[in-house]
Design a protein around this ligand. Sequence first.
Ligand SMILES: C[S@@+](CC[C@H](N)C(=O)[O-])C[C@H]1O[C@@H](n2cnc3c(N)ncnc32)[C@H](O)[C@@H]1O
Length: 584
Amino acid sequence: MNIFKRGSLQTFLKLSFAPRPRFYQLPISTRMSTETVPKRTITSEQPAQKAKKIKLKRYKAKKVDPTSPLGILQLEIDELLAQHNLKRDDVQNDITAILNDFPKVNGPIASKYHREVTDVKILALTSNGDGLAIISNPVETEKKQIVVVPFGLPGDVVDIKVFKTHPHYVESDLLNVKVKSPIRRDDLIKDRYFGKSSGSQFDFLEYQEQLKIKKNTVSNAYKYFAPRLLADNLLPQIGETVASPLQYGYRTKITPHFDMPRRLKTLEVRPPLGFGQKGRPQWRKETINEGGNASILDIEECALATDIINQGLTNERKRFEKEFKNYKKGATILLRENTIILDPSKEVEEQLEEGSRDEDGKISYILVDDKEHGVKLAKTCVTNPRQIVTEYVDGYTFKFTSGEFFQNNNSILPIVTKYVRENLQLPNSKEGEPRYLVDAYCGSGLFSICSSKGVDKVTGVEISADSVSFAEKNAKANGIENCKFIAGKAEKLFESIDTPNDKTSVILDPPRKGCDELFLKQLAEYYPARIVYISCNVHSQARDMEYFIKETEKGKDYKIESLRGFDFFPQTHHVESVCVLSRV
Ligand SMILES: C[S@@+](CC[C@H](N)C(=O)[O-])C[C@H]1O[C@@H](n2cnc3c(N)ncnc32)[C@H](O)[C@@H]1O
């Protein structure tokens, strides 16, 4: 088992292990500053005494990226307030009083705020998949509070416990569902940790309902971040969210972790190994003890992960049971699926690459038949983040370092790559005419390679030199000779691009923060025939699309042809979105 110590391999940890914070952070900062105030006034009767000073804790605002979950929450709160004829001023949360409350834990003010509230009607669902409701401020009762209720659905009437206060909202745990929303389907729940783990948040919704919610997320994202496109009728009807063929057992990578309590030097008892607990909800009485009650849940199986990843989890948990005393710090385990195309003339075992081993020391594997391409595959589970693994998509193989980025749901990739390929096609392009492709943010070459057939030249650009070197090797290994990859920031592309813009389509697949303005300006200047923008954060995509069309010189010549979500992560609130632009 390969376990990383926290603090080492920071980039990897940042990319892969960032645990979902248990608490929302503030849209404006909760960083405290201190202000010195006299403790009491000295009167003439009192002997002159130096006034004792205490420090008053205060909030200080910190900027938040509007397209981050916290930034979006603020927009969702504003929308809810407007729907109920309320303004931000009608919401009151006296953070300063809570911060300066004494005693620090359960002081009189905090106790008033952090209380149970009954019969709360859930009014909306956030893009983060939580319920939103309006309750009264417990101190100034004419004022309101907006409460975030995990596992609350619009139409539910619930009892909650408010446990944390922020300037614009409060956080709560769900205690009891008194009246069920018509879309609440507890009978569908498959994940035994549902309601506690942050992973399978939508497990209690019909799959069609999940797809509908995600379509709404795409629609809201453009409403919030591309209002001028909406006002000018420049948005198409949002397409139906494309379903994932696998709705469970699809994740090809998971990263369970454990903590080491600070005061301990060695562990006497095995700590929970798994994922962060989502609040402390108590509404699912049936499974209230599943996974324990620590901040990290002890997870024996992951409903969203593939079979071989679950086999690896079983193996590594057994190993951890024996070895946990050796650890001096908390750590994360990487479990990454690896695919081997089998040579039928050889024994399976002799073709396996290093992977998670069972108690007998044998590498665990699962056999899969790819009937479409007439090959047999062996799946293993890799735990070493530096090991090179292979993904198999639509008959192509992709190698990359297991700790690096690769899409996490293999079952949907043939559908997505086909959709991207088809939408890159130039309309009215005649047989034999040259056609070119640019793949910005190309990673290890997934879209470049899957779209390379029938194209004269593909140019990929990617910031990670490591990924570029894999992209080159992947093209070669798949017998593709028309791809060239450049290492550098996406805009580096425009220094060397030599394909005629009228015959070139561009793929964009940036990280969550989206593209930067410099890149979008240069892209508009280059003036490609078509653009397919794939995004794991539809909010930054919407912002970029509005900027591109409204703020760049040639952007106004483009039209959004289509826009739709793809469900890479069933049972979660996440949605990827694909926006197709053509020149008018
Ligand atoms: C969402 S991933 C997409 C990768 C690839 N398209 C795929 O599907 O496997 C985003 C990629 O953008 C790269 N990246 C991040 N910032 C970049 C920048 N400024 N310029 C170029 N590439 C960047 C990351 O290293 C990562 O590989």
